[in-house]
Design a protein. Sequence first.
Length: 487
Amino acid sequence: MVSRPAAHRITGVPRSAPLIPTVRSLPAAGCALLALAVTACGGGVHGTPGGSGVRDPYFPKAGNSGYDVSHYALDLDYDPEARHLAGTAEITARAGQDLSAFDLDLEGMDVEGVTVEGERARWSRNGQELVIRPHDDLDEGETFRITVRYCGTPRTLTDPDGSKEGWLPGAGGALALGEPTGSMAWFPGNHHPSDKASYDISVTVPEKLQVVSNGELADRSTHGGRTTFHWRTAEPMAGYLATLAIGDYAIRRSTIPGAAGGGLPVLTAVAPSQAAPARKVLARLPEIMEWAEYNFGPYPFSSTGVIVADEGTSDYALETQNRPVFPGAPSTDLLVHELAHQWFGNSVTPKSWRDMWLNEGFATYAEWLWEEDNGGDSAQETFDALYDHGEDDHEDLWAFPPAEPSSAAHISDSPVYERGAMVLHKIRQAVGDDAFYDIVQGWTAAHRHGNADTDDFTAYVEKKAPDEDFTSIWRDWLYGDGKPDRP
Ligand code: TRP
Ligand code: ZN
C-alpha cells in the first residue's frame, strides 16, 4: 500500500489567519521575553515587495517570489514534554529584484524578532505569510541574510486531502513531515519545491533522546543533560523533504561498498518497537540501492538510510531526503518506492505541485520494475491488470489525467500514482527496453539536483527518441480525460 488512505477529513485545525496584517512589536505570550518595539524605517527606497506565492496552480500561497534561498541554518531547541520549540532560522538568499519587502512562509509559531543583514526589520503576520520589511531595500542580485527568532508549539496541519503533516508529536518525541506544505509549521522559509537549498539543522533535546534529520551528522555534543545534534545537507533539498525525527531510536551505521562510486554511508534509525519487524526488509537496503543505481543512474546524494518510526506516528510514508520516513516497518515495495523518490522527486524535483506524477508515477513504476526483476509480475502484467480491473482497487483510477490533478485534494490519488506509472510503461512499450532505460538515466542526469515539469519531460523523451510518435500517448494517457481506449 503506497498511496495514502484518502483520509477522514478533519476540520478545526487552528489556522488563525488574521485578515488584516498586524505589525507586532511585542513578544507573543509563552515565549522568552526579548525585543524592543521596532520603529526603524527604511533607508533608501527603490524596491517593490516580492510576491506572497509563486503562482503554484494547486498551492497558490506556497513559496514566495522576489528572492531565492541558497541556505537554511536552523538552530532549534525542543522540549518534548512541553511540546515547545524555540529557535533561530538563519536564511541566506539572493534578491531576484529590487526588494522593499518579502515574505517567508510560517504557519503558527510566535515570531520574536527578525533581522535582515543584521539590522532589525519590521515584520507582520498574515496567515501563513510572514511579511518582512528590511531596514534598507535590497538590490537585485544582492545576497542577504535573514534571521528569524521564533518559538511556540508547532502545529499539526491538515492537508486538502485530510491527511496530517507538519509537526506530529508522538510518545516522548516528534516527527516533522512536510509534503506538500508542512515544513512551514516548524521553520520559516520559501516553502515551494521550486526553491531548493542546502541545510544545516541543529536541534537540542534532552540527553536521552535522538534527533535524526536529512544529510549527515556533522556534530553531536552534550552539555548539562542536553544533547545537540547537527545535521548537514549539502545537496540541494526542497523544503517539503526536510525532516526531523526526535525520540528513542536505535541508530545503525554501515556503508554500501558498491554504491555511489564506492562506500555510500547508510544510517538507519528504528524505533525500538519496530526493530524486529523491520530487520528483514532493512537488510535488503543495499541490494535495492544497487539495483536502483543500475536502473536509474548514480545515486544523487551523499548518504542514505531510513527512519522507521512507531506505527501510527503518521498514516503514510514520505521520501524525506537521504532517509525516507516510514510509520512502522515497511514492505519491500514501499521501501523501493521511497528510495526511488531520491532520484524522482528529491534530485529531479517538480517545478510545481501539478507535476506530482513525475514523482509518484516514477516511484510506482520503480515498484513494478522491482517486481519484474525479482520474480514477481512483469510490468506488462501489472499494467494489464490495472487496465482491465484497476477500478477494483483504485476506484478513481480514471478520474483525471496524471498531468492535471483535479484539485489540491487529489494530488496523491491513483491517477497520479498508478496511471502515472502506466504513462511510463506506454513509453517503454513504444521505444523498447534499451531506449527506455537510456531515457530514464538521461532524465535523472539532465535534471540532477534541479527542477523539471511535464513539458520538460515530454520534450526530453521526444528528443531522445526522435523517430517515435508520442502524440497519442501524451494526448490519451498523460492529458486525456477518462480511460484511454484499449492499447
Ligand atoms: N509522497 C508520499 C509517497 O508516495 C506520499 C505523500 C505524503 C504525499 N504526503 C503527500 C503525496 C502529500 C502528495 C501530497 O511516498
Ligand atoms: Zn511516492
